[in-house]
Design a protein around this ligand. Sequence first.
Ligand code: SF4
Ligand code: SF4
Length: 78
Amino acid sequence: MGLGSFFKRNKKQKEEIEEESHIDINIDECDGCEKCIIACPNNVLVLVDEKSSVNNSFGCKRCKVCMAICPNECINVN
Ligand code: SF4
Ligand code: SF4
């Protein structure tokens, strides 16, 4: 891998991280009930290590159903 592709890859990763930032999940409060995962109409969320996690932020339509259904108020969608 050349230096150019190294920087290009890092830029891509940075963009993906920034894209994900509109969904905040407070994993300290998440008990892994999966309600948000089941409720999301766009399959954005998945369970990872018993915690809700963003799998596909591009699929999120910001409907905020996940926020509404979480019993622990640990999701925030901007
Ligand atoms: S805001 Fe809607 S589309 Fe986005 S993760 Fe939550 S339920 Fe899914
Ligand atoms: S609904 Fe809330 S507590 Fe349940 S898995 Fe989703 S984020 Fe965690």
